[in-house]
Design a protein around this ligand. Structure first.
Ligand code: NAP
Ligand code: SF4
Length: 692
């Protein structure tokens, strides 16, 4: 199935998505499920109020059903030594959470997650002993008694969840955690009743489902997150998954929520370059064989795509975790005609999953209030207290500063020297696989208009032009760093901005100076197939080796069976260079960097580390590599060596003003260009807007 990108504003009606559904135990007000996502507020009881504010805001925003982040049923199953556990002490504090959600007419269930061999501590236990690629700790083999106790722990934790006011529980049976480890032959070679044949491997999830159903009683919801495609060699076949699904419903599971890919899978499943709704076809296959509601997930972040998936009969509900981090009011906006103002998640993972994997609290790049609802507050101001605010520069920081200030009630004018909004983000949208960034920009445009921000494009205000404002927010951003490289004829030397803006073209042999985020993006831009595989699900699946799970266990083909996308690929010899000795792309995000590194390898990019740049002449780019002089013979050198701030306006306004007005604030790249970072830029912009 190929999913075309819908028009950014989507269909006019979200009739199916917004219609209520009877889940057997109770009705949900619409088909939008906030899928489980750990945000780092689950681990400490003292954070319960912050978690309540975070989830409460989503409930007030209209979501049908919320699934909490994962809580372990016991100490062994915790993700980290101090990770979330559903014990008496922690769940006692959860009444504040369930009350907040219920007061907003929402429904909430607690997810129970046993990490198995993914646990990051010495108590880790699994179907067999051994280490996973994700944890340095060797898991011990659970004894037969240990398995039995695990079943009891799931039941006990479920009972406590209901006592704390939850409407039910979800059993986490996907993403490669304990239950997957029992289900897959690659991780379960037991010969006892918990591992003998596929029936034995299924025994633990089925026993847990039955025990949890008995523990929560007839009025509470039981959801099971099932792995439809493990995407690891030696995972489950489709026939095994289908048998498991039927067995679960026979044991009282009310809803099957679907997951794709174990965390250790080497096929991307949620990053920006994954096609929209890439795995909805698998959910449709499940829906055909069970008679309980089925939830689709994975890159269904655009409500228009969600509506398509429901309307095509592939699912009954849609799981949206990151989209609700980006916009807690997404369901309400769809309901009252503000669909075009939904804050678009760009699946970057930068402020959410990457942070969680670093042990930090998650937030959202395009919504820094996410997870910080009690700390970063945008108080409305009365008309009398409204200030006249000028924002100069319409990159991510400027856009967000203007928006947040205007939404508070200030009178805002946004100045942009070029004819378009977006700054560096506009360049990112041109990279194959980052097509969604354009939708984020469209959402900013619509929200700025709705908030009444005055926009002056193609105008570069002087200090004098700004003296009539109470506040001036300087968000003039950055310009690409120019590298001091003696050049005597030879290859043309251009910046990444020249290339991506179309002011210059690259020849067939290219050297890229600088292998940070933008250098890697440019390497992909220069070699990726056109049209981008992200826009065609079948091509993308062939590229990553995603196949029928009955053909190859786990639904992933061995490497030598995979298609290479020669057709449409730009045949270029590309060299990617950096001065550091570290691995190329080492500074990229934890959850996204490996995808980029795999693409670089696949495209045959030639990497050079620890180099010194010498000069450019008719022979090419001269470098020193491992103390040896060599020439990289190319026709184009693209400089991706970071950026420098553009902030001289701030000083000019300070020099021109009389007294202390206007107040001057510098945000984003104009403030700090080193490691230019959209997450930091946007957060800083909102903090300044909150302080006006
Ligand atoms: P960056 O990540 O700071 O990388 C610039 C690279 O240029 C550095 O790694 C540095 O490597 C090199 N460099 C710096 N000064 C130089 C000089 N004077 N001469 C030669 N080389 C020099 O900046 P970026 O690539 O422009 O990315 C900007 C921001 O956007 C970053 O925060 C980045 O993480 C983010 N971003 C991320 C992604 C992604 O995650 N996929 C994509 C795009 C952008 P050496 O010193 O080793 O040579
Ligand atoms: Fe989406 Fe990025 Fe925000 Fe995460 S940080 S919710 S991926 S926009």
């Amino acid at each position: 199935m190929s999913t075309p990108l819908p028009h950014p504003t989507g269909p006019r009606s979200y009739r199916t998505l917004l219609s209520p559904l009877d889940l057997g135990r109770f009705e949900v007000r619409n088909r939008i499920v906030m899928g489980s996502m750990h945000v780092g507020l689950e681990d400490r009881t003292s954070d319960a109020k912050k978690l309540a504010a975070y989830l409460g805001e989503r409930a007030r925003g209209g979501v049908g059903l919320i699934v909490t982040g994962g809580f372990s049923p016991d100490r062994t199953g915790r993700l980290t030594p101090r990770g979330a556990e559903a014990n008496d002490r922690t769940l006692r504090g959860h009444e504040v959470i369930t009350r907040e959600v219920h007061e907003a007419d929402g429904r909430i269930i607690l997810q129970l997650l046993h990490a198995g061999r993914y646990a990051f501590h010495p108590l880790a236990a699994s179907a067999r002993s051994g280490r996973s690629p994700l944890s340095p700790f060797r898991a011990r083999r659970l004894t037969r008694r240990g398995v039995g106790r695990t079943v009891e722990h799931f039941a006990g934790a479920s009972h406590r969840a209901i006592e704390a006011g939850y409407d039910g529980v979800e059993i986490m049976g996907s993403e490669g955690y304990l239950l997957n480890q029992f289900l897959a032959p690659t991780t379960n070679r037991r010969r006892d009743r918990w591992g003998r044949g596929s029936e034995g491997r299924r025994a633990l999830p089925l026993a847990i489902a039955a025990a949890v159903r008995a523990a929560i009683g007839p009025d509470s919801l039981l959801s099971y997150r099932i792995s439809l495609l493990d995407l690891v060699p030696g995972g489950q076949t489709w026939a095994e998954t289908a048998t498991l699904a039927r067995g679960l419903t026979e044991r009282g599971v009310d809803v099957l929520s679907t997951g794709i890919g174990w965390h250790e899978a080497r096929v991307p499943t949620i990053v920006t370059s994954v096609p929209r709704a890439a795995f909805a076809e698998q959910t449709g296959m499940l829906r055909e064989i069970v008679d309980v509601p089925v939830v689709a997930s994975n890159r269904i972040h655009d409500p228009a795509v969600a509506e398509q998936v429901l309307a095509s009969g592939q699912a009954d509900l849609i799981s949206m975790a990151r989209p609700l981090l980006a916009d807690p009011h997404l369901p309400a906006k769809l309901g009252d005609g503000r669909a075009s103002q939904v804050v678009a998640c760009i699946s970057c993972n930068q402020a959410c999953l990457d942070k969680v994997f670093e042990g930090k609290r998650a937030s959202c790049l395009v919504n820094p209030r996410a997870g910080h609802e009690t700390e970063l507050v945008l108080q409305p101001v009365t008309q009398r207290r409204a200030r006249k605010v000028a924002v100069v520069g319409a990159g991510p920081a400027g856009l967000e500063a203007a928006l947040a200030a205007a939404e508070r009630g200030h009178v805002v004018t946004l100045f942009e020297a070029t004819e378009e909004l977006g700054g560096q983000l506009r360049l990112a949208a041109r990279i194959p696989g980052k097509e969604d960034y354009a939708q984020a920009l469209q959402s900013w445009r619509m929200r700025l208009a709705a908030a009444g921000v005055g926009i002056r494009l193609g105008f570069r205000p002087s200090a004098k032009d700004l003296l009539g404002f109470h506040d001036v927010i300087v968000a003039t951003g950055v310009i690409p760093r120019v590298v001091d490289l003696p050049a005597d004829d030879g290859p043309q030397v251009i910046s990444y901005a020249d290339l991506l803006e179309g002011r210059a073209e690259a020849g067939p042999r290219v050297a890229i100076i600088g292998a940070g985020g933008i250098g890697v993006d440019v390497a992909e831009y220069l070699t990726s197939a056109r049209p981008s595989p992200t826009l065609d699900t079948e091509t993308w699946k062939a590229h990553w080796g995603v196949v029928d799970a009955d053909e190859h266990r786990g639904g992933v083909a061995p490497r030598d069976h995979r298609a290479t996308i020669d057709e449409g690929s730009l045949a270029r010899e590309v060299h990617l260079l950096q001065r550091k000795e570290t691995r190329i792309g080492a500074g990229l995000g934890r959850t996204t960097g490996w995808v980029h590194r795999a693409e670089l390898r696949r495209a045959g990019i030639i990497e050079h580390r620890g180099v010194t740049y010498q000069r450019v002449d008719a022979e090419g780019l001269h470098i020193l590599e491992e103390d040896t002089e060599r020439v990289v013979e190319v026709d184009t050198v693209v400089v991706c060596a970071g950026q420098v701030s553009v902030n001289d306006l701030a000083e000019k306004v300070v020099a021109a003003r009389s007294g202390r007005t206007p107040r001057v604030h510098v945000v984003g790249g104009a403030d700090v260009a080193a490691e230019l970072d959209a997450e930091r830029a946007i957060r800083q912009a909102v903090e300044v807007a909150a302080s006006l």
